[in-house]
Design a protein around this ligand. Structure first.
Ligand SMILES: [Zn+2]
Length: 326
């Protein structure tokens, strides 16, 4: 049964920033606060600063109206314990958890979720796939993350690591990601992967306007540089973008064939850069997916933007409050 709580606290920990928000049942933000994560200062220091953010946003409403806290975090993280497992963007936090400290400090129940899985939950509750029972969310950004909703539930896997769509092998033997899988989606189509592909082409002596666009410093070439050069017809950049579109199409066709979602929702900065190629991407997915997707590839751009995991965290907090209501 629904609980009487009106608000939830949502938090998000990324490699750069930590955010906290007070959210109502419609997914609207009543207050929000942000600070730098500074992972090098240690997990305990970050937990203290995050607690202060939560205290700031919750101060405007009676505490009895607040159901609980859900924290979205970059992973790998065990959602049960909140224990980090060698998180690449939070160095030094391996084997540590904020959950007990935050629970004690805030005097509210605290749950933890993987950021992209909460992103999928948000899209199925408040986004383009509102009401969907089967939805996959993919963020094409600095890295590539994914989350799965099946039969209306978050798919977390046996160890909390389900949805690692970034490591789908889409181009075996191709450029590797930071984890080391050769030719995974993240290795090819993340912002970092796209930049590295361009830098490798320049290092191999390939002539390209990208070098001049980056001030003559190949190391300064970014994914943005590649897309800008491709838009101006640069051959090397166009080839890289073509490989990216193909890799994304292979990955997305595999997702559609495996999970048959009503919505495949895509967000992140690389998604923005791919917009001029969207019809081409859709056609290539259709070409690679099973025939029953002909004419109905359910590809959508996320309307929730940077707030997606915070909205998902709030949705989960209300779910937990309602499930425990008596
Ligand atoms: Zn990988």
């Amino acid at each position: 049964m629904p609980s009487p709580v009106k608000y939830a606290l949502a938090g998000d920990i990324g490699g750069t920033n930590m955010r906290a928000a007070l959210v109502d049942r419609e997914g609207s933000f009543l207050a929000r606060a942000v600070c730098a994560t500074q992972p090098e200062s240690g997990l305990n220091d970050a937990a203290n600063r995050l607690t202060a953010l939560f205290e700031e946003v919750v101060s405007r409403v009676p505490r009895d109206d607040v159901g609980g806290v859900v924290l979205s975090s970059a992973g790998p993280i065990d959602p049960e314990t909140g224990m980090y497992d060698h998180p690449p963007n939070l160095p030094g936090w391996d084997g540590m958890t904020m959950k007990p400290g935050l629970t004690a400090a805030l005097k509210l129940p605290v749950a933890i979720g993987h950021d992209a899985t909460l992103g999928a939950l948000a899209e199925s509750r408040f986004g383009v796939g509102k009401g969907a029972q089967h939805l996959v969310y993919v963020t094409l950004s600095t890295g590539v993350g994914g989350g799965i909703i099946a039969n209306g539930e978050m798919v977390t896997g046996a160890h909390g690591h389900a949805g690692e769509i970034g490591h789908l092998l889409v181009r075996p033997g191709g450029q590797s990601c930071n984890v080391g899988c050769d030719g995974c989606l993240e290795g090819i189509a993340s912002g970092g992967g796209i930049a590295r592909a361009a830098q490798a082409a320049l290092a191999a002596g390939r002539a390209s306007a990208m070098l001049e666009m980056a001030g003559g410093d190949a190391g300064a070439v970014t994914a943005q540089t590649v897309f800008e050069a491709a838009a101006e017809g640069d051959a090397a950049a166009t080839e890289i973008v073509d490989v990216v579109i193909d890799a994304v199409a292979v990955g997305f066709a595999n997702i559609l064939n495996t999970l048959d979602p009503e919505y495949l929702v895509v967000g992140g900065a690389v998604t923005g850069s791919l917009q001029p190629y969207w019809d081409d991407l859709r056609a290539r997915i259709e070409d690679k997916a099973l025939p029953h997707f002909a004419g109905r590839v359910p590809l959508y751009v996320s309307p929730l933007g940077d707030d997606v995991s915070l909205v998902g965290a709030a949705a989960l907090a209300f779910d937990i409050a309602d499930a425990t209501a008596v």
